[in-house]
Design a protein around this ligand. Structure first.
Ligand code: OOG
Ligand code: NI
Length: 571
């Protein structure tokens, strides 16, 4: 940086690498799950290497691809959230999206939330909840607030660094390092120290475990830190095998099926979604071939061999098993995100009383999530998704044990429910269900001037325009609620206030002291900017109807990140 400041994105990578090391030292099962993910991702890469001529992923590239993380923190006081927003701004992470978890029916929780991330191509995110104390009856509200009022999570030094960043417009590396150290030694660190034991137990017993997790602890401890996997079904089978939930015979069936399905899903666009080092031109030129018979069997046997090593005997670590169902769409529908987790661990804590006495106890909150991300849906796509998911949820409610008892039958129900969705990028785009970016091909540029249509589908078909999916970078309240629920054995809460307050994005923006960016508006602007840019370069922009062109320009003008959308549309 010419001004001597650390690059904010590099700072972000450093922060998340350090948080991951901190979390790994705190939670041994997390570190092990990363190792399981590394092994199963390597098998996926070997499969793809056999499927695409010349496709190879080095260990280094795999490490980079596996570096992405999202964390979750739960904040108690509005002023704490203000500091958190200023903290993440140092790392180029701004609030995106508003999640009202107080109004998702039976799964509601007393929190509203946003996610801190970079607007375009983020690698890391923090899902950040804020407890809403007015969700509770007056007496409980006062007790929670009194408990929260006592703590100081940001040290004077940390606040001084935030001020310095704002004053200077950046931080030099030694200051950046100092801020990261504040994060890993204090702000997000698990201390195992709690207070107000009576309130804690009352909240837990009345079903408000989340509130207890927030109010009675003295830091914004990371609740989970989620890596990405290249194949969710392979990872879950692997973890369940290492946790002793499925034997080698069942693992063989599950892993073979997962890899077989991966083979059918992994077209060039799917490859670009999953590998950062792969651009769409390179992916488009990969030559596909039929892998030799027996390849998958060989990979699976190899996995069984690797997981037999003592380091993968996860049964020896404290754990509470793996979740029964993967949240999100079924494996054949490449939308939004799929998430799963090992369940929350029961950990030792110490309650400190006002008289200085200490009482040992346990707390169950931190869990081990994993995710796989796919295409971002348009509003129409999202509405269809929500409808499909409702049908799966209804089947789940009717027979809660089914997913574990008969995973294949459950999967068949989910596939059936999601049958309304096409399964490839081109068909999803054609149906208007997902966003895409367009760019002229070199052939298109060569022909520019003699092209006689501005119809994008036709231009793609003629090979003048290339299509790229936009990855979903956010969260799903219902999925998050599913995670809360199954981890905590606690299915949602009801407000105990005299009348349940209404919460809004504007309220949260006031607390954050900055606007919440709307991910849909960003994706719409990216798509529209790429269309204008592409048609311009192909010399056919004048063929667009005036109204259509104006609509595209309007989308771009509404971009929450302003002018930079133009630059980014082309990148
Ligand atoms: C946040 C849950 C949300 C996700 O992946 O949906 C989340 C929490 O547990 O505090 O991280
Ligand atoms: Ni999460």
């Amino acid at each position: 940086m010419p001004n001597g400041f650390a690059d904010r994105i590099e700072m972000q990578h450093a922060l998340f690498a350090r948080l991951s090391a901190m979390f790994g030292a705190e939670v041994p099962l997390y570190d092990k799950s990363l190792a399981v993910n590394r092994v199963s991702n390597r098998a996926v890469c070997d499969l793809l290497g056999a499927m695409y001529d010349g496709f190879r992923v080095s260990d280094e590239q795999l490490e980079l691809t596996s570096g992405e993380r999202h964390g979750a923190i739960r904040i108690g006081r509005p002023d704490e959230l203000g500091l958190i927003a200023r903290f993440f701004a140092c790392f180029a992470m701004e609030p995106h999206g508003f999640y009202d978890m107080t109004s998702i029916g039976a799964k509601s929780q007393p929190i509203i939330a946003t996610a801190f991330r970079t607007s375009i191509g983020p690698e890391h995110r923090i899902f950040c909840s804020l407890l809403q104390t007015d969700y509770f009856d007056e007496a409980t509200r006062q007790r929670i607030e009194a408990c929260l009022a006592k703590r100081v999570v940001f040290s004077e030094r940390a606040v001084a660094l935030l001020e310095k960043n704002e004053r200077q417009g950046g931080l030099a590396w030694d200051d950046a390092e100092a801020l990261i150290a504040e994060a890993t030694t204090r702000i997000f660190k698990w201390t195992g120290r709690a207070s107000e034991r009576e309130l804690y137990h009352e909240l837990c017993e009345s079903g408000f475990k989340i509130a207890a997790d927030i109010a009675c602890f003295d830091s914004h401890h990371l609740n989970h830190l989620t890596p990405n996997t290249l194949c969710m079904d392979l990872y879950t089978a692997s973890m369940r095998h290492c946790l002793g939930e499925v034997d080698a015979i069942e693992f063989r069936t599950l892993a073979s099926r997962a890899l077989q399905r991966h083979l059918t899903m992994a077209d060039e666009h799917h490859m670009v979604l999953h590998f950062r080092h792969l651009d769409s031109i390179t992916a488009g030129s990969l030559h596909r071939r039929t892998p030799e018979p027996g390849l998958i069997d060989g990979l699976v046997e190899d996995l069984i061999g690797q997981f037999a090593a003592p380091e993968f005997r996860l049964t020896e670590l404290p754990h509470a098993g793996f979740k029964d169902v993967t949240e999100g769409p079924p494996a054949d529908t490449p939308l939004l995100l799929r998430q799963d987790a090992y369940k929350a661990l029961t950990e030792r804590v110490v309650f400190l009383a006002a008289d200085g006495s200490e009482t040992p106890d346990t707390h169950t909150a931190r869990f081990g999530e994993i995710e796989q991300r796919f295409y971002a849906t348009t509003t129409e796509g999202r509405a269809l998704y929500d409808g499909c998911l409702k049908r799966v949820e209804a089947a789940r409610a009717e027979d809660p044990g089914m997913a574990r008892r008969d995973p294949e039958a459950f999967d068949a129900i989910a596939r059936e429910a999601f049958a309304a969705f096409p399964k490839t990028l081109a068909t999803l785009v054609e149906a208007g269900l997902v966003y895409a970016r367009y760019m002229p091909t070199s052939e298109g540029l060569r022909q520019a001037g003699s092209i006689d249509t501005a119809d994008l589908a036709l231009l793609v078909e003629k090979g003048f325009v290339r299509l790229e999916g936009i990855r979903y970078e956010d969260f799903l309240p219902v999925s998050a609620a599913g995670i809360f629920a199954s981890n905590l054995n606690q299915y949602g809460t009801r407000s105990t206030a005299a009348s349940k307050p209404a919460y809004s994005a504007a309220l949260l923006e006031g607390i954050l002291g900055r606007p919440i960016r709307n991910p849909d508006a960003i994706n719409t602007a990216r798509q529209s900017a790429s269309i204008l840019d592409t048609l311009g370069k192909l010399g056919v922009i004048d063929r667009l109807e005036a109204a259509e062109r104006q609509a595209l320009v309007r989308d771009v003008d509404r971009s929450p990140i302003g002018e930079s959308i133009h630059v980014l549309a082309a990148s």
